[in-house]
Design a protein around this ligand. Structure first.
Ligand SMILES: [Zn+2]
Length: 86
């Protein structure tokens, strides 16, 4: 289909590829910290599903993808942000 171009990204949890629209974006802005669905910088994408956001390996994968270490506070925010996913 021509016209509106979809941007495809890989979920770092299940490794499947989706249109970016369907994914949650986590961005590491070097100076300001980690952002969910905003920010400019190195980003990683995750399906908006319980399975992918509660993957026990997710934190490790995310830290590797963003080349950073999260403090617990970020992960608490992430859990709250994704708590209604099914
Ligand atoms: Zn996924």
């Amino acid at each position: 289909m021509k016209g509106k171009r979809s941007i495809l990204r890989r979920c770092i949890s299940c490794r499947k590829i989706f249109d970016r629209f369907y994914l949650l974006k986590i961005t590491n802005e070097k100076k300001s910290g980690i952002f969910i669905n905003s920010g400019i910088g190195r980003s990683a994408y995750i399906c908006r599903t319980k399975i992918c956001t509660r993957n026990p390996k997710l934190k490790k994968n995310l830290q590797r993808a963003l080349k950073t270490n999260f403090d617990d506070k970020f992960y608490e925010v992430f859990i709250i942000e994704t708590q209604n996913y099914e």
